[in-house]
Structures are given as structure tokens and as C-alpha cells.
Ligand binder design. Sequence first.
Ligand SMILES: Cc1cc2nc3c(=O)[nH]c(=O)nc-3n(C[C@H](O)[C@H](O)[C@H](O)COP(=O)(O)O)c2cc1C
Length: 192
Amino acid sequence: MPMIRETIVTTANAAGDLHIAPLGLIRDDGGWIIAPFHPSRTLDNLRSVPFAVANYTDDVRVFAGCLTGRNDWPTVASEAVPVRRLAETLAHAELAVSRIVEHPERPRFQCRIVHRAAHRGFEGFNRAQAAVIEAAILSSRLHMLPREKVEREIAYLAIAVNKTAGSAEQEAWEWLMAKIEAYYADAERAKK
Ligand SMILES: Cc1cc2nc3c(=O)[nH]c(=O)nc-3n(C[C@H](O)[C@H](O)[C@H](O)COP(=O)(O)O)c2cc1C
């Protein structure tokens, strides 16, 4: 199995508009593969501006925020690519697309690292952060997953959040729970 890192990927379109999205980067011989499902803005952007930044952040509000309409996170210019990066990260890597492996549903953009920098130290694992990332992934797949599975997994993840969350993790969790509740409330209304 390939090793995957959950990061915040920034990309830009030809007009320079920035897009911020959580994506799992697949490790590839010292570089990374970005594999966005079709259709997505990340995919369109990578085709027109073949650069990206992998933003390594432990602020899980960015993950939950991007999935709940909160996309306005502070950014700064990058060193070596024409795509801005998140201002607040532990580290980041600036990426240039070196090859595209086409696929109708999920093309793969092989990227080499052209610049990397560390900004803050890693301060240990936090279970609530991991739980928020899992809940964020669940919340992006509600249309594909049985409701019973989603509710069972959320109930389990909530244990780590209740035991170990700081205020950022708590806030991120609440955004995701509101999204999931709204999704099922809409589904119930549509049935009536
Ligand atoms: C932790 C995490 C990892 C994700 N990884 C991927 C991925 O590898 N590919 C993908 O297409 N979507 C992934 N998603 C879902 C995207 O973030 C989401 O669908 C996003 O809106 C992509 O579409 P966009 O580029 O149009 O914003 C992930 C979501 C989360 C929370």
C-alpha cells in the first residue's frame, strides 16, 4: 500500500485565484502524487497551472473548514512556485507537476518538490486531531456511505474528541457535525 499524508493543497487557476482543499498526497520516490477525483477545482487548476503547495498543518480547522464553506484562510506568497501557501503551517513543500497519468475518474499528477521549508516544531500526536480528519473524510463521502456506518463511526470518533480535544479541534468537530446533521435532515425532508 502506498503511504498517504493528509495535507492542505493550494492550487491556482490561470487568473491567479487560489483554491484551498484537503487532499491525501501519495508518496512517490521522494515526490508526491496528487490524485483529485473528477470533477474538482484542484484538478482543473493543476491542468492550467501545473504547480501546487503541500501545506503541512496540524490546525484541523482548515480541513473541517474547507469542507464546510470556510475557505478563507490566511496565505502568503511561495518561494519557487506561482501558487500561494497557507501562512500558518508546521512546514510546506512547493510542488511542480512532472507527469500526468490520465484516468477518467482520478488522474494522477506526479509532482517533484522544488522547495521546502519548516516553520514550527511538531508537538506530538493528538487523538482528537486524527478523529477530526477521519470525520472530515466521512463528511466528504456522505452521498456514498450508508447512514448507519457514518453514525457508528462518528460515535466512536467522538470518544477521542471528548477526551483529548483543545478548542481548535472542538470547533472543527462542531462544524463537521453540523454539516452531517444538515445533510441527513435534508435527506429526511426529501423523503416526505
Ligand atoms: C483528509 C482528506 C483527504 C482528501 N483527499 C482527497 C483526495 O485525495 N482526492 C480527492 O479528490 N478528494 C479528496 N478529499 C475530498 C476533497 O477535499 C474535496 O472533495 C474537495 O472539495 C476537492 O474538490 P475541489 O478541488 O473542487 O475543492 C479529501 C478530503 C479530506 C478531508
